[in-house]
Design a protein around this ligand. Structure first.
Ligand SMILES: [Fe+2]
Length: 322
């Protein structure tokens, strides 16, 4: 298991070297990484309660919008389709979670896509996706950089010709809905948690233990002092309380710790039970710490696994460079 995670991390490191830069300097996701993200998000419960069905057109909502990618859920009633379109400069991936969809590519026969299956693609990918079945379908999509342009095409004697109106009218609708949703308060904390975890290569307590001490890896305790005193500590973990975490670990911050040498540091966060640590790890990824993750089950899982624990432990998070 550990070697699999190491391989995934090493693979990401390699791709990071050749990947592009998103806004705020985040490394863009590859189509393969986006496929992994949509699969993991589809397996979570972060989208199910958001789904709506509309008879007047596809329904869609952006459930996560980060610096390097976004996440969407789309519902399709029978007969609803996108028409031919591209995704601007974005790479993308989607997975069907229920029902079935058909994808048409220029000059190719339509291909059916069933639950658990999907597509991943780089920029300049053009397709027409629709629901040709007799029942509704739902799909999860991710794009990197986040989708901000779609161009529509029509077929003219077998060739794709851009529609004159340029950017898809459908996106205008998306932005309008999104603005309304933002005003209404659009994500529950459970959805935020699912979106965060879809981005993380989370580690079990045993895997975190085995990673401890490796070059470039730090285990970080983000619990408040009162919780550390009550529960105990993990020997070798660095204490950085949640309220100063970003300032201490951003390598560009004047208040960073000496260990915050660059954006490649493998930061493994833990809290008491592994919830706040997931949101915190996603926040670190937004800072460009692309290997940031957290420990499933937090300190309590570590203790339950019989791994070494100490008393309250030293407070190390104040050891900042200035
Ligand atoms: Fe598409």
């Amino acid at each position: 298991m550990q070697s699999g995670i190491e391989n995934a991390v090493a693979s990401q490191a390699h791709r990071g070297l050749v990947g592009g830069q998103g806004e705020a300097g985040g490394v863009l996701k590859t189509p393969e990484e986006l496929a992994d993200i949509v699969s993991r998000f589809a397996a979570s419960d972060g989208w199910m309660e958001r789904v709506r069905l509309r008879t007047d057109g596809r329904w869609y909502e952006r459930l996560y919008h980060g610096p390097d990618h976004d996440l969407w859920v789309i519902s399709w009633l029978p007969g609803q389709s996108t028409g031919f379109h591209d995704h601007g400069a974005s790479s993308g991936a989607f997975v069907v979670v229920t029902g079935s969809l058909e994808e048409r590519r220029p000059g190719e026969q339509a291909q059916s896509i069933y639950p658990g299956r999907g597509r991943s693609f780089g920029p300049d990918y053009t397709h027409d996706v629709g629901n040709g079945s007799l029942g509704p379908a739902i799909s999860i999509h991710a794009y990197s950089p986040p989708l901000d342009e779609m161009n529509e095409y029509e077929v003219d004697e077998g060739r794709l010709v851009p529609r004159e109106r340029g950017q898809a009218d459908g996106l205008d609708e998306v932005w309008r809905v999104e603005r309304q949703e933002k005003r209404a308060g659009r994500l529950s904390v459970e959805q935020m948690l699912s979106a965060a975890r879809a981005r993380l290569q989370r580690l079990s307590a045993r895997e975190a233990h085995d990673a401890l001490g490796k070059a470039g890896t730090i285990l970080v305790d983000i619990r408040p002092e009162s919780q550390r005193a009550a529960e105990g500590s993990i020997p070798g973990a660095l204490v950085v309380e949640r309220n100063v975490l970003e300032w201490r670990l951003d390598p560009t911050s004047s208040a960073r710790l000496a260990v915050a040498t660059d954006h490649d540091v493998h930061v493994i966060l833990f809290c008491s039970e592994g919830y706040a640590s997931s949101l915190a790890a996603a926040a670190l990824q937004d800072l460009g710490l692309w290997r940031a993750t957290d420990m499933v089950g937090g300190f309590k899982a570590w203790r339950a696994a019989g791994l070494p624990i100490g008393d309250g432990g030293p407070r190390c998070g104040s050891d900042a460079v200035d």
